[in-house]
Design a binder for this molecule. Structure first.
Ligand code: HEC
Ligand code: HEC
Ligand code: HEC
Ligand code: HEC
Length: 163
């Protein structure tokens, strides 16, 4: 199984575009030197405009629940060990075990590639391709009219409804 992370993983978006139209990101090491780690400030005390104005609403979690204080290019697991950002499934899975189990069996998160694994790999999207790590809750949406179907009466068109 191949798990694809978004190309922007672990970078701060600058809002700029390169010549190919892709967004330009800044990596954590640009500002955070792992050789000179600072203790993490408490949630809310750091001006987040350094980070493109992120705001975190994921239960009551603070930054250090997920980011390693000593090396911010890495993620911190609950037992204190750290993993590279690309191993984000391990981070999510330790709190969302049933979802990671469903994901590994293919009943959550979709997939592409080959059903017959002897012919090619199964390609999956990582959790953060679909869920925003900092604010995973689904926004409420306004209900919209149903799609038009030429074989069904159209909403709001009385004359068709009485055919
Ligand atoms: C443009 C500079 C810049 C970049 C790039 C940057 N940071 Fe920061 N970050 C800061 C500054 C400044 C602080 C506040 C001082 C500190 O705690 O080191 C900070 C603080 C933090 C904190 C502590 C926040 C708190 O409220 O306790 C975390 C966690 C963090 N950064 C993670 C990251 C990660 C992960 C990346 C890369 C994906 C990153 N930063 C990229 C400038 C930056
Ligand atoms: C639930 C775990 C979790 C918490 C809590 C969390 N982060 Fe993150 N953060 C991640 C993951 C995973 C990524 C990489 C995902 C991506 O880039 O799409 C990330 C990405 C980032 C980035 C890169 C830019 C971006 O928006 O993706 C910065 C900067 C950052 N985090 C800083 C922080 C700071 C500062 C805090 C606390 C105020 C914090 N994070 C809280 C998991 C978390
Ligand atoms: C340390 C534990 C922890 C970690 C790590 C964690 N989560 Fe969560 N997550 C929670 C909690 C607690 C809630 C419930 C928040 C609430 O009810 O407001 C939650 C809620 C969610 C939701 C549901 C939001 C909703 O309102 O329906 C999604 C989706 C989600 N997390 C995805 C992720 C992803 C993706 C990652 C990895 C980047 C991750 N979580 C990492 C603890 C965690
Ligand atoms: C291809 C997109 C996609 C991927 C990849 C994905 N999810 Fe989801 N996830 C969804 C959608 C859509 C929903 C809402 C419908 C549902 O509950 O299945 C959801 C719902 C959730 C919820 C909320 C469930 C609830 O009952 O409220 C959690 C938690 C979650 N996902 C965690 C994860 C984790 C952890 C991963 C990675 C192992 C992951 N997801 C991968 C699309 C995705």
């Amino acid at each position: 199984m191949i798990v694809r992370n978004p190309p922007s993983l672990g970078t701060v978006d600058t809002g700029l575009r390169d010549a190919m139209g892709a967004s330009v990101g800044v990596s954590c090491e640009t500002c955070h030197d792992p050789a000179h780690p600072d203790a993490l400030a408490r949630k809310g005390e750091v001006p987040q405009d350094f980070h493109g104005g992120i705001s975190v609403a994921h239960g009551e979690l603070g930054c250090a629940s997920c980011h390693a204080p000593e090396d911010r290019t890495r993620l911190r697991l609950a037992d204190g060990t750290t993993v590279p950002m690309r191993e984000v499934l391990q981070l999510c899975g330790q709190c969302h075990g049933p979802k990671l189990r469903d994901f590994s069996k293919g009943s959550h998160g979709g997939g592409r590639g080959f059903w017959d694994r002897s012919r090619g790999p199964w390609v999956r999207d990582s959790c953060v391709a679909c869920h925003a790590a900092h604010a995973p809750a689904y926004p409420l949406v306004m209900p919209a009219p149903p799609p038009n179907d030429r074989f069904l009466p159209r909403a709001g068109h009385e004359e068709l409804a009485h055919d």
